[in-house]
Write a protein that binds this ligand. Structure first.
Ligand SMILES: *[C@@H]1O[C@H](CO)[C@@H](O)[C@H](O)[C@H]1NC(C)=O
Ligand SMILES: *[C@@H]1O[C@H](CO)[C@@H](O)[C@H](O)[C@H]1NC(C)=O
Ligand SMILES: *[C@@H]1O[C@H](CO)[C@@H](O)[C@H](O)[C@H]1NC(C)=O
Ligand SMILES: *[C@@H]1O[C@H](CO)[C@@H](O)[C@H](O)[C@H]1NC(C)=O
Ligand SMILES: *[C@@H]1O[C@H](CO)[C@@H](O)[C@H](O)[C@H]1NC(C)=O
Ligand SMILES: *[C@@H]1O[C@H](CO)[C@@H](O)[C@H](O)[C@H]1NC(C)=O
Ligand SMILES: *[C@@H]1O[C@H](CO)[C@@H](O)[C@H](O)[C@H]1NC(C)=O
Ligand SMILES: *[C@@H]1O[C@H](CO)[C@@H](O)[C@H](O)[C@H]1NC(C)=O
Ligand SMILES: [Zn+2]
Length: 511
């Protein structure tokens, strides 16, 4: 079954049994007793019962071993795109699905990905180091990877128009306010006017951890700066005083090829697909066992257990690459869907970070008012399940931080659950979920310590069961779930233009 061109497609072979993870649980036999090759229609309760913490943990240990393949090049375990750890992850996913025989059709979608490496950076304003200064993701280096020196030049408004940049930025450093348009646009404008570097300062007190997004030949070395550090500078500039600065970034931006892996059930209505995804890559800094090893392995386990059942609607699993570089894989996938294929996806469910050690059960607050019709029905499925289980949950912003973004921007209903990244757990949430107030939900977020010990297995089992429930429910029937609406699809393609809540594209701010 060819979904669309650009895919290397290969039929799943059933001869890879040697690679199989041993089955631990005798309950795995429960659904197998159906002769003549017929299987019972998927049942949520039964699928959930097949989810086992032992099997998940066995996968986690395996994934950490795979991350260690990255040690040679990076001196520590990592599964960042381009690394041996990521290639190992891709093989692991591929082989796990392959050994499930002809239940799935697997395809690799290869795509170009931009990777940025920042080796060193420094920003000195006047005679002090600007402590909050952070180089933007995918920033180019300063000229010849050497420090540049110039005056800070105030840019009018938010620096979204070329006319906001006075001629005096040429040979100097543009000082631009955050907001309205993307960091990439500001860097481009400053570059075209001949600036040596640009600083985007926050309108809020905090630092700015941003990305320039897709590289442009006009981009120049660009820092984010906290509102707090910007304030004294603005005061001086306002009084007509001169403020000079030295900016230095040693960085590299490269293009590589990486791969999304897609597995679709051969059974089930191929015109009505239930889609779900997790990202196969980690950041450079660590092995990414929670982010998003957890979601990756939850999907592998649900895909494995699902083979004991039949489905009415097709189920399509995706393991995205390049999420950490700015949702590259999922964006590429949705952008390359012809309209006819887009219409077949009834919804997309995102499963990123399922087992944070200081977890909260978080549901993306995806409403139909701001998102494609059906997003809210999905949100409500999660609510109902936690309520039935007697568990608490919180809503979190549906603000573009993970792979659902490309889907909702292109008219496909979306949503998902998470357990928290660098946010801080409140006292109230400790009452709701246990854990520690004042700490990050995931204290090892994007760090070396995101290893096997960085998983709360209780949360992981709970959420993997919920993933199983979401798959079973919609694979069984989409009755009552909003039809895809082409009128609405074309409308909601632009919906985020007026959804001002979208500030992220992946883990980093882009605006
Ligand atoms: C799955 O269900 C379909 C439709 O009812 C049926 O044609 C097919 O044989 C079933 N497959 C299995 C393996 O049970
Ligand atoms: C699913 O399975 C459970 C447990 O075996 C059973 O009680 C329930 O009725 C089944 N649901 C459906 C819709 O068949
Ligand atoms: C798809 O990618 C996986 C993982 O990199 C690889 O093992 C497999 O050989 C590829 N299959 C095809 C048909 O390209
Ligand atoms: C969820 O989003 C809607 C807007 O779509 C908003 O009205 C509501 O307040 C949000 N709920 C929470 C708890 O954030
Ligand atoms: C849910 O939260 C309440 C506090 O809001 C707490 O009393 C209760 O124990 C929590 N339930 C669970 C299952 O943790
Ligand atoms: C998981 O979290 C719960 C609630 O905070 C805690 O009681 C339990 O000890 C944690 N388990 C692990 C393995 O971290
Ligand atoms: C959303 O879906 C519901 C249920 O299918 C339908 O009644 C409604 O008209 C749809 N709304 C839009 C804006 O498409
Ligand atoms: C499609 O969307 C339009 C407006 O966006 C709405 O009026 C119409 O009822 C929708 N149709 C269906 C079948 O949901
Ligand atoms: Zn992630």
């Amino acid at each position: 079954m060819v979904f669309f061109s650009g895919f290397a497609l290969c039929a799943a072979l059933s001869s890879a049994a040697a690679l199989q993870i041993p089955l631990l649980s005798s309950s795995n036999q429960a659904a197998l007793g159906h002769p003549h090759g017929t299987k019972p229609l998927v049942n949520s309760t039964e699928l959930q019962e097949l989810i086992s913490g032992d099997r998940l943990m066995m996968r986690a240990k395996k994934m950490y071993e795979i991350a260690k393949l990255g040690e040679e090049e990076h001196n520590h375990p990592t599964r960042v795109i381009g690394s041996a750890g990521h290639l190992g992850t891709l093989s692991y996913i591929y082989e796990t699905i392959l050994e499930l025989g002809d239940y799935y059709t697997i395809s690799n979608q290869s795509f170009p990905a931009i990777t940025g490496h920042i080796y060193e950076s420094r920003l000195v304003i006047g005679d002090g180091v600007a402590k909050s200064a952070m180089p933007m993701g995918l920033t180019p280096a300063t000229k010849d990877k050497e420090p540049v020196h110039g005056d800070l030049v105030f840019v009018e408004n938010e620096g979204c128009q070329a006319s906001d940049y006075p001629d005096s930025v040429s040979g100097n450093i543009a000082f631009v306010k955050r907001g309205v348009c993307s960091f990439g646009t500001k860097s481009e404008h400053a570059g075209r006017k001949g600036a040596l570097a640009a600083i985007v300062y926050n309108y809020e007190k905090d630092a700015v951890s941003g990305t320039l997004g897709t590289p442009s030949p006009d981009h120049i070395a660009t820092f984010g700066l906290s509102g707090e550090d910007a304030e004294p500078v603005l005061e001086k500039l306002d009084k007509g005083k001169r403020v000079d600065a030295i900016a230095y970034i040693d960085a590299e931006v490269n293009q590589i090829l990486t791969v999304n892996i897609i597995a679709q059930t051969t059974q089930g209505d191929p015109d009505n697909c239930v889609m779900l995804g997790a990202h196969s890559d980690s950041v450079t800094e660590g092995p990414g066992i929670n982010d998003d090893g957890s979601g990756t392995m939850s999907l592998l386990e649900v895909a494995t257990q699902l083979t004991k059942f039949n489905v009415s609607n097709c189920v399509r699993f995706a393991w995205w690459a390049g999420e950490e570089e700015g949702l590259l894989g999922s964006d590429y996938y949705v952008a390359s869907l012809p309209e006819k294929e887009n219409k077949k996806i009834r919804l997309f469910m995102d499963y990123d970070m399922m087992a944070s050690p200081n977890f909260a059960y978080q549901i993306y607050n995806a409403t139909n008012a701001l998102n494609p019709n059906g997003s809210e029905e999905l949100r409500d499925l999660y609510i109902k399940w936690y309520e039935n289980e007697g568990l608490n949950y919180t809503f979190i912003p549906f603000d573009g931080r993970s792979d659902y973004d490309g889907f909702i921007r292109n008219g496909i209903p979306g949503g998902g659950i998470a357990t928290g990244a660098e946010g801080i757990k409140s006292e109230k949430e400790v009452e709701m979920f246990g854990g520690k107030a004042g700490d990050w939900y995931d204290p090892c977020y994007h760090q070396l310590c995101d290893d096997v010990s960085n998983l709360n297995v209780t949360a992981w089992i709970v959420n993997t069961k919920l993933i199983a429930h979401s798959v079973a429910t919609y694979a069984r029937s989409l009755k009552g779930f909003p039809e895809r609406n082409l009128t609405a699809a074309s409308l909601s393609a632009t919906s985020n233009a007026y959804n001002e809540d979208i500030k992220y594209h992946g883990a980093k701010l882009f605006i």
